[in-house]
Design a protein around this ligand. Structure first.
Ligand SMILES: NC(=O)c1ccc[n+]([C@@H]2O[C@H](COP(=O)([O-])OP(=O)(O)OC[C@H]3O[C@@H](n4cnc5c(N)ncnc54)[C@H](O)[C@@H]3O)[C@@H](O)[C@H]2O)c1
Ligand SMILES: Nc1ncnc2c1ncn2[C@@H]1O[C@H](COP(=O)(O)OP(=O)(O)O)[C@@H](O)[C@H]1O
Ligand SMILES: O=C(O)C1=C[C@@H](OP(=O)(O)O)[C@@H](O)[C@H](O)C1
Length: 546
């Protein structure tokens, strides 16, 4: 791409004649308040004649040269929506220009209309020289068979518009343009993307690639409407889907459940060319990831998280696993997904208390790294606390939540990319978890994870304050911010001795030494606190009891 400062299109739309590139493109540009350019119209202005006239006077090769030159110039000088002519992406020079545009962060959107619908629309209007001479439908279909695989390959965004009105199609395109993408670099495994936005699940097939023939769709009953959509998308893309419903929440993270899934995969002959898709909260994505990590020692998987906590934390980072009688997440594997699709539409059915719990991990990411998260939480605390999935989509709060999700995922991606197996930096993601996990266990996992972590962060702040690493104001800030979000900041459910024994079994402990991660001076600055004085550990515990 050219130097910074020049304008580039928000998106380029490609597709077959009649797909709706012009009609839908104009709708999107109006919805987004952006300028729109149609390459065919621009070319006619430039050459001073209609495209059919140019074709007949100079022929297709000359036309394609004019077309690819204009496209290259527009990609480096226009900041709106840009729709290409049907045949444009078949020209190698245009393919190179589009590849450069994508490398620079651009979106090439393949508008995948129902072939029959598009063909009928293309042939009703005339004025398309590529359809002249003979059976227009047959010619259209021949072009489709040539062009579809090429469009599918060169586009980095795919939008199916089968049966959609222009407005519905435009909404889908706009969602794709507005979606947020976090790239997770992994030193010892393949990089992957976390896509966040309404309709992100539409990326399922491209994210899985064409290699898997069969998909084990692992999900739970409360998210049936979302797994139904995943199943439909997979089947429309030609995959064979094995539907696997597992018990909800923590009941699904057991070796018994895992064994049942392994039995299913064995009976149905799943091989390494097949894949797993997990749809649900963090418990479901943990189990799905564990199945993918263990079946034949590893097959591809994509997570489709449906709770806020799963979107910002559980689905990303490659920690997969199940619980045992001895405790949570004690069996599992570091195994990274092929990608994560955080589809905001799934939050429409998320209960308020489960949403609030997820804010615990969002706030944690603000305390340990991105302090802008804290400012956003402060500024929108009341709306966030009053979250109502049924009225959430399309409101300003949706953009706030999308920003929070993106920022929180970026914090996790930063830590995971540098330290996949939690040798040091990644331990900072465990802020509040030493006490948090102890509370979960003492409460027999009746407390939700994010709520326990909230109390755990207040504990860690009290401990850091007692040892002079942060001031009292910052401890008070922990309490006021977390409480304003509807999160708990104290706990009275057990004795210090019982909690201490559990903390000594925390994965950060070394030998008989406790280890914590705490703030060092202020938000965004972390340190390891090894073997803190026993009296401070106990006094901090007293301070979280009300
Ligand atoms: N692997 C990791 O890095 C990681 C990180 C954090 C947490 N976790 C794990 O994640 C789990 C917690 O995740 P969670 O908070 O999502 O809990 P969860 O998976 O138990 O889901 C909470 C409840 O919300 C329901 N639900 C989820 N999405 C819904 C939706 N869109 N509509 C309606 N209901 C919905 C679920 O069915 C469940 O009943 C724990 O097991 C924790 O250990 C893993
Ligand atoms: N989703 C849609 N539903 C109904 N009509 C559509 C849709 N998309 C496009 N059209 C109509 O089909 C015709 C061709 O659309 P157009 O945008 O010119 O296609 P393209 O630019 O992809 O060749 C136009 O009459 C347009 O109004
Ligand atoms: O990806 C990670 O490192 C994390 C995994 C989870 O903790 P545990 O590993 O303690 O379960 C999660 O709760 C924490 O927010 C970050």
């Amino acid at each position: 791409m050219s130097d910074a400062g020049t304008q580039h299109p928000v998106a380029v739309i490609i597709g077959m004649m009649g797909a709706g590139k012009t009609r839908v493109g104009r709708e999107v540009s109006q919805m987004m308040g952006l300028p729109f350019k149609d390459a065919d119209i621009e070319i006619e202005h430039e050459v001073g004649m209609t495209i059919p006239e140019y074709f007949s006077q100079y022929g297709e090769p000359a036309f394609r040269q004019v077309e690819s030159d204009l496209i290259r110039r527009t990609l480096d000088g226009f900041g709106g929506l840009f729709a290409l002519g049907g045949g444009a992406p078949m020209t190698p020079a245009t393919q190179d220009a589009l590849a450069d545009y994508i490398d620079g962060g651009g979106r090439v959107i393949y508008l995948q209309a129902d072939p029959k619908e598009a063909m009928e629309r293309a042939n009703r209007g005339g004025g398309r020289p590529m359809l002249d001479g003979g059976d227009a439908d047959a010619r259209w279909m021949r072009l489709y068979e040539q062009r579809d695989p090429v469009f599918d390959r060169i586009a980095n965004v795919h939008v199916r518009t089968h049966g959609s009105t222009p407005q519905m199609a435009a909404r889908k395109v706009m969602n794709m343009i507005e979606e947020r993408v976090v790239h997770v670099g992994v030193v010892s495994a393949d990089d992957y993307n976390v896509r966040i936005g309404e309709g992100a699940m539409n990326h399922l097939a491209p994210m899985l690639g064409d290699k898997p023939a069969r998909i084990a769709l692992i999900h739970t009953q409360p998210v049936q409407r979302h797994s139904d959509r995943a199943r439909a998308l997979l089947r429309q893309a030609g995959y064979e889907v094995s539907d696997i419903v597992i018990p909800d929440a923590e009941a699904g993270k057991t070796v018994t459940v895992a064994n049942g899934v392994w039995e299913r995969l064995g009976a149905e002959g799943f091989t390494r060319s097949d894949a797993v898709v997990g749809v649900g909260g963090g418990a479901a994505t943990d189990l799905a990831g564990f199945i993918a990590a263990t079946w034949m020692r590893g097959i591809r998987y994509v997570n489709c998280p449906t709770s806020l906590l799963a979107m910002v934390d559980a689905s990303t980072g490659g920690k997969t696993g199940i619980n045992t009688a001895a405790g949570k997440n004690l069996v599992g594997s570091f195994y990274t997904p092929a990608g994560v699709l955080a589809d905001m539409t799934t939050l429409a059915s998320l209960p308020n208390d489960i949403f609030i719990e997820g804010l615990g991990e969002v706030a944690k990411s603000g305390f340990i790294s991105d302090t802008e998260i804290l400012r956003i939480l402060e500024g929108h605390a009341a709306e966030l606390r009053a979250f109502d999935g049924a009225s959430f989509l399309g409101t300003p709060l949706e953009d706030v939540v999308a920003e929070l999700i993106e920022r929180t995922v970026r914090v996790k991606a930063k830590h995971v990319s540098a330290d996949l197996k939690e040798a040091g930096l990644r331990e900072f993601l465990n802020y509040g978890h030493t006490m948090g996990h102890a509370i979960e266990k003492m409460e027999h996992f009746r407390w939700r994870h994010g709520n326990a972590v909230a109390v755990g962060m207040v504990y860690a702040a009290e401990l850091a304050c007692l040892l002079g690493h942060i001031d009292r104001d910052l401890v008070d800030y922990h309490r006021s911010l977390l409480a304003s979000l509807g999160l708990p900041t104290s706990w009275n459910g057990g004795s210090f001795d019982d909690v201490l024994a559990i903390m000594h079994r925390d994965k950060k402990a070394r030998g008989n030494k406790l280890r914590f991660v705490v703030l060092d001076g202020g938000p965004g600055r972390m340190m390891h606190l090894d073997d803190p004085p026993a009296d401070a550990v106990e006094e901090a515990f007293r301070r979280i009891q009300h």
